[in-house]
Design a protein around this ligand. Structure first.
Ligand SMILES: [Zn+2]
Length: 466
């Protein structure tokens, strides 16, 4: 028994799983935990309870499954209703800074440095960006290289000892090291996320592991729908051709679902690469915020967005593959998660970008319900954290209140009224003010060399000082 005050929030409820809203509902919280979520009439509210009549829709806090966060804008996520982020690669020093953030901030799940092959793409970020066993860059590097399966297993164990919550495997790993790392991670209970490269990055030129091999290795999620272009080519097709073969796509989708692997398509990344025009960010949470962080983001986008006609065409082929696969995987009952890759590609707004991602997932063919699950209950399954992403008794009290029904129009998630993180109710306006007060991190972006590299981590690991 605890004598902490019971807090009750009333409104309509979407619990992260149900097909419809529960009208006239209540959520009761004690400490940081949900103790009741259901019809208001079924809750016996004691005199001592603190009741907040929200007049809105309560839903689980949003989860962004693909972020490369910086302390300077960590608070932006929470201000946008994103209560959890999965960091997809950062140096150990940056992970420590993220976890030590003083202001209210989202829960951070962190891979720490990703594992890549000896020709690691991260080398372009300069000395210290890549760690090779014994070179002293362990804490500063955003990528660790491995040369053979024994080294892969050893580095996964090292990461596990350092407290990472999942492992990120990258595009230049050889197939044996990839499989060994994935098996070791599974043995240690760490889910694996992987970026195998796109046609527009190194996915057809340097990457050795394709989506089929990654599925066979038992990865938890494939990011950007990477590795499918290579798999498609190895199946005899042309991923850049005028049309794609439904039979090959269907086989890839069926394999994905059978493996229990989720897609995190990061359509925001594909949009930033495939589209000539900048989207209107003014409709997104914090989209109109001014200040040094926004200025630094805009400067980075100005460098990464311009592409030649050929590269833009390849980016459109990558986006086509992403659309085809996510539709098919969802239709077969597979899992599609919501992630943005903030800030790696153009126009990805920390926090606000996830709302755009939801809209893009719906435009690509998901129902609002499927898209919302991808940022709540399905995202929590990808994190292997059943206490997140749902509003049910026993869950952590991370939720948001929005003005309208997002199951009817997914853009209603932008109309934030309240953010609750670990039972602490926070006003979006106050969170926005805190976010606006932050100074710019030392370096948000890398040099213009990123332009040629396309998506992937545009932030130079290790060079940003918190
Ligand atoms: Zn990424």
């Amino acid at each position: 028994m605890t004598n902490e005050t019971l807090r009750v929030f009333t409104g309509h409820l979407w619990d992260g799983l149900s097909d419809t809203l529960l009208r006239d509902a209540a959520v009761a919280v004690r400490g940081d935990t949900v103790v009741f979520a259901g019809p208001r009439g079924a809750l016996d509210i004691p005199e001592t309870a603190r009741v907040t009549e929200t007049g809105g829709v309560l839903l689980p806090g949003l989860i962004d499954l693909h972020v490369h966060a910086r302390p300077g804008y960590l608070g932006w996520f929470l201000a946008a209703g994103v209560t959890t982020i999965r960091d997809a690669a950062n140096s150990l020093d940056l992970v420590a800074a993220l976890r030590g953030a003083q202001d209210p901030s989202p829960r951070v799940f962190a891979a720490g440095p990703l594992l890549d092959g000896p020709r690691a793409f991260f080398r372009q970020f300069g000395p210290g960006a890549v760690h090779e066993a014994g070179d002293g860059h362990e804490r500063r590097a955003g990528a660790w290289t491995v040369r053979h399966p024994d080294e892969a297993r050893a580095q996964v164990r090292r990461l596990a000892d350092l407290g990472v919550t999942h492992v990120k495997l990258y595009e230049q790993l050889d197939p044996q090291s990839f499989a060994a790392a994935a098996a070791e991670a599974r043995r240690l209970g760490l889910p694996v996320m992987t970026d195998l490269g796109l046609a527009g990055t190194r996915g057809l030129s340097g990457a050795e592991v394709d989506a089929r091999q990654a599925l066979a290795a038992g990865v938890r999620s494939i990011e950007h729908v990477s590795g499918y272009a290579l798999a498609y080519r190895r199946m005899g097709g042309d991923p850049l051709g005028r049309t794609l073969d439904p039979a090959r796509l269907g086989e890839l989708a069926a394999r994905t679902v059978a493996a229990g692997t989720a897609l995190v398509p990061t359509l925001s990344v594909h949009e930033g690469l495939a589209e000539e025009d900048a989207p209107d960010l003014g409709q997104l949470p914090l989209g109109t915020l001014k200040g040094p962080v926004m200025a630094a983001l805009r400067a980075q986008w100005a460098r990464t967005h311009p592409l030649g006609a050929g590269a833009r065409r390849v980016a459109r082929a990558d986006r086509r593959m992403a659309h085809e696969m996510l539709r098919r995987v969802a239709a077969l009952g597979g899992t599609v998660g919501a992630g943005t890759d903030t800030p790696a590609s153009a126009f990805n707004l920390p926090g606000g970008g996830l709302h755009r991602e939801l809209e893009l997932l719906v435009a690509a063919g998901l129902s609002p319900l499927q898209a919302l699950k991808g940022a709540t209950s399905a995202a929590a399954r990808i994190l292997e954290r059943p206490d997140l992403g749902v509003l049910r008794p026993g869950a952590l009290a991370d939720f948001v209140v929005v003005a309208g029904n997002p199951l009817e129009d997914v853009r209603r998630t932008r109309e934030l009224r309240l953010v609750v993180r670990g039972g602490q109710a926070l006003s979006p306006d106050a969170l926005r003010d805190t976010a606006a007060a932050h100074d710019v991190p030392a370096q948000l972006s890398s040099s213009g060399r990123v332009r040629a590299a396309g998506p992937g981590p545009a932030v130079p690991p290790g060079s940003g000082t918190p």
